[in-house]
Ligand binder design. Structure first.
Ligand SMILES: [Mn+2]
Length: 337
C-alpha cells in the first residue's frame, strides 16, 4: 500500500528494533541511504542494524559506519519489528528476506516500484533515495551530523552522475547544498568514488574493446564475460564510457557474473529503458534501468539486443531501415586503421 512521508516517519517512530536493507549489487545510493538511516535511527534511541546480501564495493567501504554492515548467514534470524527496505522493491534484497517476518516499510524513488509488499513511500521525482531520506530527516526532526550528511551526499551525487543526469532538479541541488553546509566536502567524496586500481583502469580498456554498435549505431553495447568479470573489482562507471557515443540512443552493459547469471545495465537519452528492463523482469528509472537474465551469455546478449530493438521500433525510436541494419561494428574493427 502506498503511504505518505509523514506516515512513513510515524512507522519508524513506533518501531524499536529496525532491520535496514537495500538491494543486492548495492550502489552509492543504496549504501548512503541505509547508513544514513542506521545513524538517524540509532540517534533516536532505536536498536537498528543494516544487513545487505552482497559484498560492499571497495569505493563505498570508506563511508561512515560501512564496517557495521552485516551479510546474512544461512539460518540466521534477526528480531525486528520493522524491516526498512530502501532504494528497491522488496524482491531484490536476497537472503535478508529470510532474516525476519517483520512488517515492511519500503522507501524508494524507482518509478517501477508498485509496492506489492508492505507499506511503500515512493517519490519518483526524487533523484535518489538519499534525497528522500534528507526530507525524512525534517519529518523526524532528526539532526543531520557530518557523517549522516556524507552518506546522503554520496547517494545523491552517485545517482545523479555527480549532478549531470536529467534527474538533477532544483530540489536535488538544494539538498546537496544543505549537506555541504552540514560539513560535506564534495571534492573528497568525488575522489573516493573515482578511485580505481591500475588493474581496473586496464580492465576499462579491455571492456572498451568489446564495444559494439547495433541498429545503425542507435544502440551501443559493452560485454563483460565471466573471465573479464573475474579480474575486475567493479563494473561501476563502465557504461558511462560508452553512453557518450554520438549516435547512441541506448547504451547497455551486460556482465556475466557467473554461468547463467547475466546482469544488464541500460542508459538512454530518452528511450524508456525502465520499460525494456521491466519486460525482461527488472526495473529502474526512465533513463537508467537494469535487469538480470538467467541465460547463457550468448543467449542473454541476443535476448537483450532483440528486446531493445523491438521496443525502439514499436515506440518510434528507430525506423525499419535502422532495425534491419543489424550489422555490428566493433571498436576493435578500427584498431589497424
Ligand atoms: Mn537510487
Amino acid at each position: 500500500m502506498k503511504i505518505t512521508l509523514p506516515v512513513a516517519a510515524a512507522k519508524l517512530r513506533a518501531a524499536d528494533n529496525i532491520l535496514i536493507t537495500a538491494h543486492v549489487n548495492p550502489d552509492g545510493d543504496a549504501l548512503g541511504a541505509t547508513l544514513a538511516m542506521l545513524q538517524i535511527l540509532r540517534s533516536m534511541g532505536k536498536n537498528a542494524q543494516v544487513y545487505i546480501d552482497d559484498k560492499i564495493p571497495k569505493n563505498f567501504s570508506v563511508m561512515p559506519f560501512a564496517e557495521d554492515i552485516r551479510q546474512p548467514r544461512e539460518d540466521e534470524k534477526f528480531t525486528a519489528d520493522l524491516l526498512l527496505v530502501l532504494d528497491t522493491s522488496t524482491d531484490r534484497i536476497g537472503a535478508v528476506k529470510n532474516l525476519t517476518d517483520a512488517p515492511i516499510l519500503n522507501i524508494d524513488h524507482h518509478i517501477t516500484n508498485k509496492g506489492e509488499e508492505g507499506d511503500l513511500y515512493v517519490d519518483a521525482d526524487a533523484a535518489a533515495t538519499c534525497e528522500i531520506i534528507f526530507n525524512l530527516c525534517n519529518e523526524l526532526n532528526a539532526e543531520i551530523s557530518k557523517n549522516i550528511a556524507v552518506c546522503l551526499y554520496t547517494g545523491i551525487a552517485t545517482d545523479t552522475g555527480f549532478f549531470n543526469y536529467s534527474n538533477t532538479k532544483p530540489a536535488t541541488l538544494r539538498a546537496a547544498a544543505a549537506l555541504v553546509e552540514f560539513g560535506v566536502e564534495p571534492n573528497v567524496i568525488s575522489e573516493q568514488m573515482e578511485k580505481r586500481t591500475l588493474q581496473d583502469v586496464k580492465i576499462m580498456s579491455a571492456a572498451l574493446q568489446t564495444t559494439k554498435l547495433f541498429y545503425g549505431g542507435k544502440v551501443v553495447g559493452m560485454f563483460i564475460d565471466e573471465k573479464l568479470y573475474s579480474q575486475t573489482e567493479t563494473t561501476e562507471g563502465l557504461i558511462d564510457l560508452i553512453r557518450v557515443i554520438d549516435t547512441a540512443e541506448v547504451a547497455f552493459l551486460i556482465t556475466e557474473k557467473e554461468k547463467k547469471v547475466c546482469r544488464v545495465s541500460m542508459r538512454s537519452k530518452g528511450v524508456e529503458v525502465s520499460e525494456i528492463a521491466r519486460l525482461l523482469g527488472g526495473g529502474g528509472h526512465v533513463r537508467a534501468a537494469g535487469c538480470t537474465l538467467y541465460k547463457d551469455f550468448d543467449e542473454a546478449k541476443n535476448i537483450l539486443i532483440r528486446a531493445i530493438g523491438d521496443y525502439m521500433i514499436e515506440n518510434g525510436w528507430m525506423t525499419p531501415a535502422d532495425f534491419e541494419e543489424r550489422a555490428e561494428v566493433s571498436i576493435s574493427d578500427f584498431d589497424n586503421e
